[in-house]
Design a protein around this ligand. Structure first.
Ligand code: ZN
Length: 371
């Protein structure tokens, strides 16, 4: 009797111990799996090294000149981001194979459409339509502007190219400018050298703008009517000196950073992807997810661009990065497939759709209705 009771007791102890061990194992696996995932999420992963654009990204960002880099430039790519903080301790480096990794899938799922708010055009000609101004800075650039023009043609979209005079010193770029103009796109001035105007005297500022306008007119026959400031920092002095409408933007995909070759290469190596896979993943992030990131301690936010495309928006891209035309193609395809009511107009027509007189000198436009 006693013996049987002892055996029973022993069984109970063994079973209890086994249950405790199983419970501990479950907890351990759950912890490991959580850490394994959170370490490689796209959003909130600021530890991306960003260095000067090379190869297909020769002209730097909107805030950066390929020819005249500036120390005060917020997007100066010469520095690196904050490096990752301490690696979590006590966590096995080998994540169990059953735990899903956060490497983006190579076959990207089809993004879901969302309701996009806001009104549609007040112009009866465009009833029910959303009018958007696509703008491209820092070109023309051989190998990229031509691809962008092909994309725009495919989607029957018209845009505005804010070009640099210095780019037009090359014959190939002059041809691209002529092609853009001949295909119905508007050409705007983005200065001659992309130097920051706050550092230039009045005469030089005027030369940067009006000499570029002359070169554009000589090549295309177009009189330049719109201006975008290098680096985007407006001031009363610039308004007074240029006497032109100043065009800003309200949707910034940060393509100069997020779609640069350097960022994509870094992302590819971090996530074990090919360059093409990383590029595709980053385009998805920019268009459909959005991202918070930092550069030189500065915080940057890219919204999910596709869902921000309201009537009257001005979208900023750069035709100097090879991923940018791919992003524009993907964006316009998505909008056509899911909404079907977008019209992309050259800037003057965009403003004229709701204003009798077109863009006004000295006025700064962030959207169809100015400041
Ligand atoms: Zn620029």
């Amino acid at each position: 009797m006693d013996k049987r009771q002892n055996v029973k007791k022993s069984y109970t102890v063994v079973i209890s111990l086994a249950l405790v061990i199983i419970a501990l194992l479950i907890v351990l696996i759950a912890v490991v799996s959580k850490k394994g995932n959170s370490g490689s999420r796209i959003t909130g992963d600021p530890a991306v090294i960003y260095s000067p654009a090379v190869g297909s990204d020769p002209s730097g960002s909107d805030g950066v000149s390929g020819t005249t880099p500036s120390a005060s430039d917020p997007s100066d790519p010469s520095a690196t981001d904050a490096q990752p903080t301490a690696v979590p301790t006590g966590i096995p480096t080998q994540v169990p194979t059953a735990v899903p990794t956060a490497v983006p899938p190579t076959d990207n799922p089809t993004p879901k459409p969302r309701t996009i708010g806001g009104k549609t055009s007040a112009n009866p000609l465009y009833e029910g339509k959303r009018l958007v101004a696509l703008t491209f800075d820092d070109g023309p650039q051989e190998g990229i502007t031509n691809v962008m023009l092909d994309v725009l043609k495919k989607h029957n979209a018209k845009a505005t190219f804010f070009v640099l005079g210095v780019q037009l010193e090359q014959e190939a770029h002059r041809k691209l400018l002529k092609r853009a103009s001949d295909e119905g796109h508007q050409i705007g001035c983005h200065s001659y050298t992309h130097r920051f105007f706050s550092k230039l005297d009045d005469e030089t500022v005027k030369w940067e703008v009006f000499h570029t306008n002359d070169v554009i007119k000589e090549i295309t026959g177009q009189t330049v009517t719109v201006f975008r400031i290098p680096g985007g920092n407006k001031s009363q002095r610039i308004k007074d000196l240029t006497q032109m409408p100043i065009i800003q933007w309200n949707i910034d995909p940060l393509d100069w950073m997020l779609l640069s070759g350097e960022y994509i290469r870094d992302y590819a190596s971090k996530h074990g992807l090919s360059y093409a896979e990383a590029e595709s993943a980053m385009i998805d992030v920019v268009l459909f997810e959005g991202i918070n990131t930092t550069l030189e301690g500065e915080a940057y936010y890219c919204p999910p661009v596709a869902y921000e495309m309201k009537h009257g928006s001005i979208l900023l891209f750069h035709d100097v990065y090879s991923a940018s035309p791919k992003a524009v193609d993907r964006l316009l395809t998505f909008l056509e497939d899911n909404y079907g009511n977008y019209v992309f107009l050259p800037f003057d027509e965009f403003i004229l759709s709701e204003n009798d007189s077109g863009p006004k000198p000295g006025v700064v436009y962030y959207n169809l209705w100015s400041e």
